[in-house]
Ligand binder design. Structure first.
Ligand code: FAD
Length: 399
């Protein structure tokens, strides 16, 4: 074997968490090998994507430190208000049961709705410009871990030596499996249909969550485009059958169906771009590390998208791990890896439990449960301290 090329860190998986973490580490002078089995999507050539992330206020500093916020090509849309409502079909009048105004908790908005394509464009441009990141994609790497380092080998013989390998390879992580880290899985019999809609009236930066028996429907405010001045992202969760029907439905009928769910506050709605669908499940890894290996993002935990927190949790993993790496001589020491797990597990487990419970409580049409939760929502509306706690949590800030 030829002498391996030394890097400080290898990140496997150039999705949002792995890509952002690689840029953040490189900006702090670490040399990074970044590998993805897929070619980086060339968003420059594709049309409007329509998938969005709700990026919490607390996640913004990481995007800035990674040099990505400054490169976002489309303006993120601030979330100034969150409305929660019981879903009714047809939903003629939109009545908000619980209303959160960011000014009651902080000066900052709750977060921003950012198109997935916008993050990808910023990442592509930062990766191209970084002299400290070696990007291998599409490529399959074979990872061997030893007590003092890991070897990352590619077909053809090219080999890298890193002191830490970070698994950012998503929910089906092969690195997690090869380290024999067990996971607990929760299957949801739900599919999320994701798309963007243009509408007649402005959204006023309100993110709306409507609870239907089949699952929640979220309307997420987006920055308008020339084609659609008033624009929102939709994440519609339903049983597999209903979601599959909606995904295949003829567009005029689909527009009517989405309008029926959202109520009258946006006026007429029309689909922009394509519909995407995701079978939903949650998982949690029993350990976040093994010798010379750390799990981040969806490889460590996947949560129900009901609160739009999945990526935010991954970004908080990335920020914590990067800070520990900056402060220690050996980025792969067991002491550092244990400290990372101790710091991140409670937050991730809490969000897993909270999103799972919210989904069970609201995806339910039993009369006593409906009455109890409406009373519960009305009670929360009258408890400013509890609303304050919820709002700070949604922002990804310390309560
Ligand atoms: C419907 C839906 C809506 C959501 N909305 C939100 C939201 O509003 N806000 C939010 O915070 N989160 C949201 N999430 C969650 C969010 O999408 C995920 O948490 C996030 O994509 C996880 O990013 P990741 O980089 O960890 O993993 P992924 O995005 O899965 O990326 C993994 C990367 O690893 C690569 N890879 C996989 N295996 C290998 C291998 N063996 N070798 C090399 N590379 C490999 C893949 O090609 C991919 O590029 C939503 C999720 C769903 C399903």
């Amino acid at each position: 074997m030829a002498n391996p090329i030394n890097v400080n860190i290898a990140v496997i998986g150039a999705g949002p968490v792995g890509g952002i973490l690689a840029c953040r580490l490189a900006n702090a002078a670490h040399s990074v090998l970044l590998v993805d089995r897929a070619a980086p999507p060339h968003m420059e050539r594709s049309g409007f994507d329509g998938r969005v992330y709700a990026v919490a206020t607390g996640s913004r500093p990481l995007l800035e430190e990674a040099g990505l916020w400054q490169r976002l090509p489309f303006e993120p849309c601030p979330i100034d208000h969150i409305g929660i409502s019981e879903g009714k079909l047809p939903h003629s009048k939109t009545s908000i049961l619980l209303h959160f105004d960011h000014r009651q908790a902080a000066d900052n908005p709750f977060g921003w709705i950012i198109e997935a394509g916008s993050i990808r464009l910023a990442l592509n441009s930062a990766l191209k410009d970084s002299s400290r990141i070696v990007l291998r994609a599409p490529a399959q790497a074979n990872v061997e871990r030893y007590t003092d380092r890991a070897l990352i080998k590619f077909a053809g013989g090219e080999t890298y030596s890193a002191r830490l390998v970070i698994a950012a390879d998503g929910r089906t992580s092969t690195l997690r499996a090869s380290a024999k880290i067990p996971v607990t899985r929760l299957a949801y019999r739900q599919t999320a249909l994701v798309c963007a809609i243009a509408h007649e009236r402005p959204h006023n930066n309100v993110a709306l969550q409507l609870f239907f028996p089949g699952g929640p429907t979220a309307q997420l405010p987006m920055t308008g485009t020339a084609e659609a001045i008033h624009l929102s992202g939709i994440v519609l969760t339903e049983s597999h059958d209903v979601a599959d029907q909606l995904t295949r439905m003829e567009i005029t009928r689909f527009n009517r169906e989405v309008g029926r769910r959202l109520g009258d506050h946006l006026g007429g709605v029309r689909l922009i771009g394509q519909r995407w669908s995701y079978r939903l499940s949650a998982l949690h890894a029993h350990r976040y590390f093994a010798p010379r290996l750390a799990l981040v993002g969806d490889s460590a935990h996947t949560v129900h998208p009901i609160a739009g927190q999945g990526l935010n949790l991954g970004l908080r993993d990335a920020a914590t791990l990067a800070e520990l790496i900056d402060a220690n001589d050996d980025p792969g020491s067991l002491r550092l890896l244990a400290a990372y797990q101790t710091a991140r597990r409670p937050d991730n487990l809490l969000m897993l439990a909270a999103t799972d419970s919210l989904n069970r409580l609201f995806s339910n049409n039993l009369q006593p449960v409906r009455v109890a939760r409406d009373l519960g929502l009305a009670a929360v509306e009258r408890m400013p301290w509890l609303k304050h706690l919820f709002m700070r949590t949604a922002m990804g800030l310390n309560a």
